[in-house]
Every structure is written in C-alpha cells, then in structure tokens.
Design a protein around this ligand. Structure first.
Ligand code: S3P
Length: 178
C-alpha cells in the first residue's frame, strides 16, 4: 500500500471581547502577530466604511444605527478564513450576537475588575463617545451599570481570561497555542 501524506492546516478565527479598556486591542494584536494572521477591529471596520470616526457616527446617527453597523460586521467577516477580531465593548450585548460570535470563531472574554477598568478609563475617555462627557463619579457609576448589563453576555464566550494583569504567555497557553 502506498504511503499517504496528510497536511494538517490549522485555521484560526479568534474573537476578543470585553469592556472598553479591557485590553482587547493590545492582546488581539499580539495574538495576530504571533499567529501571523490579520488583526481586525470592529470599530475600525465601521469607521472606515462610514468614512467617519466612531464619535462622529454616534453624534450624527445615534447609538442604534451604530449597533446595526456592528451586527453587519459579523456578516461581512463570515467569509474570511483567518483573523483575530477585537469587537467593540457593546457588540456582544446586542441580543443574539454572542451566539453568532461563537459560531464565527473562538471567543475570548478579557475580564477586568471594575476598579481596574475605572483606573484605565479615567486616563482614556476622550475618544469614547459613551464616556467622554462623564465626571469621575459618573464614570464609576456607569461602569457599575454596564458591568451588570453586559457581564451575562460576555461570559458566554468560549474562554474567560482575567486581564487585570495578564501575561501574554498565559493567553497563548489558554488557547492551546503554546
Ligand atoms: C462601546 C465600545 C467602543 C466602541 C463604542 C461603544 C461600548 O469600543 O465600539 O464607543 O458600547 O462599550 P471599545 O470597547 O473597543 O472601546
């Protein structure tokens, strides 16, 4: 019998999700670089398509229109074989979207404590339409509110990683990439 050569090709589609400030872009880019596959960001895809920044989209069209654009991103990506996708913090909380993201690829929730989120977001609010006009106290209350509203969606991810101080090697290990 003649020998048969098999080729095993592993294709990766990884979706990184979590609150604003949870480290999706940083971890997502590192993962994409490590796997040598494209890094995509739902906010960038939407902004590029609309020819406007996320702040401008919220101001001109409102949040509901933005959420519809977020849903459309999933459809647009379903034909792509490989990527690491970081999704905007609110996308997984659109009804039905977590289920669709779980079909799209391996979903990874970067869980960060509210204390750490507040610390990070206080420094970095101006580019975020939902946060930019909030005082420190308002921001703290808003994070608490969002945490309650979104956590139940986020934990539907295939993997939940604590990211207050996550080491990239731990991410690779959790994904069986090391
Ligand atoms: C949002 C998160 C943002 C962006 C928009 C709304 C949210 O993305 O999609 O400002 O509702 O949490 P990041 O989580 O990447 O900051």
């Amino acid at each position: 019998m003649r020998g048969k050569i098999s080729y095993f090709v592993t294709m990766h589609r990884i979706v990184v999700l979590g609150f604003m400030g949870s480290g999706k872009t940083t971890i997502g880019k590192q993962l994409a670089e490590n796997l040598q596959i494209p890094f995509l960001d739902s906010d960038h895809i939407i902004a590029e398509k609309a020819g406007m920044s996320i702040n401008e989209i919220f101001a001109a069209m409102g949040e509901q229109a933005f959420r519809r654009m977020e849903e459309k991103v999933i459809e647009d990506l379903s034909a792509l074989p490989e990527f690491v996708l970081a999704v905007g913090g609110g996308m997984p909380a659109i009804p039905g979207v977590m289920e669709r993201l779980n079909q799209l690829g391996t979903t990874v929730y970067l869980e960060v404590s509210r204390y750490e989120l507040l610390r990070r977001l206080l420094k970095d609010r101006s580019q975020r339409p939902l946060l930019k006009d909030k005082t420190e106290i308002e921001l703290k209350e808003y994070i608490d509110q969002l945490y309650h509203a979104r956590q139940s969606f986020y934990v539907k991810a295939s993997l939940v990683l604590q990211n207050d101080a996550l080491d990239f090697q731990d991410v690779l290990k959790a994904l069986n990439l090391r």
